[in-house]
Design a protein around this ligand. Structure first.
Ligand SMILES: NC(=O)c1ccc[n+]([C@@H]2O[C@H](COP(=O)([O-])OP(=O)(O)OC[C@H]3O[C@@H](n4cnc5c(N)ncnc54)[C@H](OP(=O)(O)O)[C@@H]3O)[C@@H](O)[C@H]2O)c1
Length: 174
């Protein structure tokens, strides 16, 4: 869904009225924002830290995420099980990302090549290039900065956390 998303950094929650909010716009934009945030996180974490940042697509999975879909789409989910994974099948690419030794190697290669976006695995566990818009690094940096600000973390949060400092998000605290 991130392929059809668009993030307006000054209006990340689609509340300004410039774009009409729909759940589809919110969903697709949040998926793209997640890829963009991950790209900057991938850049900020030094190779020596031994931490890999990977975005993973699980495929189309029949979970509660589908509960608010229009009824005809819900019916389609149920009658085309060949294309729709159950939750167990849908966990495959996430488990692969978390356990296969090739994944950290792949992440290290992208980091060494200064590849602009984060590692991304498709539902069939293959390295994949995120959308063209995900390569918009200027927007990705703004998404990073705005997100840290929204959750009350300082701009050097990654560096401070890696040094062992304890930092707490302030989301929801007025
Ligand atoms: N299913 C798909 O086809 C699919 C495809 C691609 C990507 N994804 C992504 O995979 C992720 C997991 O989705 P899923 O399919 O497993 O959906 P899900 O069954 O609806 O699970 C979503 C989980 O997020 C929790 N959650 C929702 N809103 C929350 C909030 N405001 N604060 C804290 N927790 C919250 C839910 O908690 P409760 O159960 O307590 O509500 C639930 O455990 C999502 O990011 C989704 O976009 C899903």
């Amino acid at each position: 869904m991130h392929n059809v998303g668009f993030v307006e950094p000054e209006d990340m929650n689609v509340t300004s009225g410039k774009r009409r909010y729909t759940s589809l716009i919110g969903y697709c934009s949040s998926k793209l924002a997640q890829v963009m945030f991950s790209s900057i996180l991938h850049k900020r974490i030094p190779a020596e830290a031994g931490i890999s940042v990977v975005c993973v697509s699980p495929g189309i999975v029949y979970t509660n995420v589908a509960r608010d879909l229009p009824k005809f789409l819900l019916a389609a989910y149920k009658i085309i099980p060949y294309f729709v994974f159950n939750a167990e099948e849908g966990s495959r690419s996430t488990l692969f990302a978390a356990t296969d030794p090739q994944v950290p190697e792949y992440c290290d290669t992208l980091k060494a090549d200064d590849w602009p976006v984060c590692p991304f695995l498709s539902q069939d566990c293959h390295p994949t290039n995120p959308s063209e818009e995900a390569h918009n690094i200027e927007t990705a940096y703004k998404v990073w900065e705005n997100t840290l600000e929204m959750i009350g973390l300082p701009s050097d949060a990654v560096e401070r956390l890696l040094e062992g400092e304890e930092l707490k998000c302030q989301y929801g605290i007025s």
